[in-house]
Design a protein around this ligand. Sequence first.
Ligand SMILES: Cc1ncc(COP(=O)(O)O)c(C=O)c1O
Length: 373
Amino acid sequence: MRDYIRINQPCIDKEELRAVEEVLLSGILTDKNGMGPRVMEFERAFAKFIGVKHAIAVSSGTAALHAALLAAGVREGDEVVLPSFTFSATAEAVVLCGAKPVFADIDPETFSINADTIGRVLSSKTKAIIPVHLYGRPADMAPILEIARERGIVVIEDAAQAHGASLGGKMAGGMGDMGCFSFYGAKNMTTGEGGMVTTSDDDYAEALRAIRTHGESRPYWTVRLGHNYRMTEIAAAIGLVQLQKLPRMLERRRENAARLSEALSMIGKLSIPRDPEGGSNSWYVYTVRLIGANAGRRNKVVEKLRSKNIDAQVYYETPVHLQPFYMERFDLRAGMLPETEKASRQVFSLPVHPMVEPDDIEYMANTLRKLIR
Ligand SMILES: Cc1ncc(COP(=O)(O)O)c(C=O)c1O
C-alpha cells in the first residue's frame, strides 16, 4: 500500500534544528516584554513580507485574533460580523471579548464571506468585520472594505491559512486594519504554535504590544487589561527560517495545485478551486466541491479516499453557527446560512503541501476519478 499522503505536513530540516539549538544555547528563551532578539527580528521580517509597518508576534492565531479585537476596542455590547464557514477560533475570539458574533453567509465560489450578506446583518452595534481567507484564497476585500470605511467599522483579516496569498497587489493580512496569522503545525509556515498580527496603524501596534504582555506599556507598568500572549525565542527562531523558505514552499504548493487542477478539470462533476482574479491563492489546502449526482456522496468519497491512504479532510463539516455552544448561546439554528450549510455538505480538501510529489498528485486524481465516475 502507498504511504499515507497527509493533508498537511511541516517542512522542517537542519536549518530549523540549528536555529533552535542556537537559541537554547544562548540563554535567552523568551523575553519578558516580548522583545527577545529573535522575536523582534521575526516581526521585522514578517512585516516586510506582508508590506505593513508593524508585526506583533503572539503565541497562536487565536491569540492574534483576540488581541486584534481587543486592540480595536471590541467589548461587551458590540457585534462582530464574520463567516460561520471557518475554524471556531474566529468566533471564539469575538466571544472572549464579550461581544456577539454575527454570522454572514459565504459566496459559493470563493467560500469566503459575501459582502451582500454582510450588508444584511450590519447594525449600529457592529464594531468589526472579520473576513476569513479560507483555504488560502483571499476573500473579495474591496466591497468589504468599502462597507467598513463608510461606517467606521474595523476590518480584521483572518489570514491564518493565507500566508503569501495576495489580491490587487496587496498581501493577505495587509489589506484590512489588522491581519491575523497562525503558525500552527499544519499551516503554510509553522513555529509549532504561534501567531502574528500585522498592521500599519501605530496605535493598534502599541495596543497589541501591551495586550501581549499583561497590558504593560513598560515592565511592571500595567495600563490596560492584557494577557500572556508572548511568542518564545525558540518559536521565533523557527519562524525566521520558515519565512525564508516560504516563497519556495508556496511555489511547490502552486505547482501541485496547478497539476491537480489539470488532472481534475477533465473529470467534470467537480468544482475545482482557482486563483482569484488579480491575485493568488496560498493553497493551504486544495478544496473541491462535489456537484450534480455526486453532491450527496461527499462523506462516502472522503471515506474511500482515506481508505486509499489519501488524507482527504472536510473543512468544515459543522459550520460554527451549528456547533452546540454557539447555537445555544446565540440562539442560532439550521437554515440561517444556506450557502454555508450547503458548502459544508459538499466540499472536501486534498493535500498540495510541498512534500506532495507529482506521482502523488497523479495517484490522487486517478483515485478520485474512479470514485466519482
Ligand atoms: C481560519 C483560522 N482561524 C484561526 C485559527 C486559529 O489559529 P491557532 O490554531 O494558531 O490558534 C486557525 C487555525 O488553526 C484557522 O484556520
